[in-house]
Design a protein around this ligand. Structure first.
Ligand code: 5GP
Ligand code: ZN
Length: 113
């Protein structure tokens, strides 16, 4: 997608702190962190949100989750604990319409859940 900010990051047109990447997914530091560790995991393929994941195989969806676990471990929060969140749509406050998972940790997290 030409005007998608995360597609631009994936293409290297906008700099970002990359934590981990493979052929299918990348993880970056959130520009406005809400916790000591706040990472964003996203597929290189542009999907607007989890609502569109039906076009994926189950294997691809599993790889996304396994990649997310690997990202948490690489960031040093695999054992201390972390939260994975994906905002979908208006009521969730989704700002960037490119599927991404927030990985938050590094402290005791408060919040809704
Ligand atoms: P959403 O509200 O869509 O779930 O989350 C979008 C996230 O992307 C926000 O936490 C925001 O701080 C982050 N973000 C927006 N623009 C950029 C950017 O250019 N670079 C990085 N690294 N993060 C961004
Ligand atoms: Zn995109």
């Amino acid at each position: 997608m030409d005007d998608c900010i995360f597609c631009k990051i994936i293409r290297g047109e906008i700099p970002s702190g990359r934590v981990l990447e493979d052929d299918d997914f990348i993880a970056i530091h959130d520009i406005n962190p809400k916790a000591p560790v706040h990472l964003l995991v996203m597929p290189r393929e542009h999907l607007a949100s989890l609502n569109d994941i039906g076009c994926w195989t189950g294997e691809r969806a599993q790889k996304l989750l396994e990649f997310t676990v690997a990202v948490a471990r690489a960031a040093g929060i695999g054992e201390s604990g972390y939260r994975v969140i994906s905002n979908v749509g208006r009521d969730a406050g989704q700002e960037v319409d490119h599927l991404h998972l927030h990985v938050l940790g590094g402290e005791r997290l408060g919040g809704l859940l």
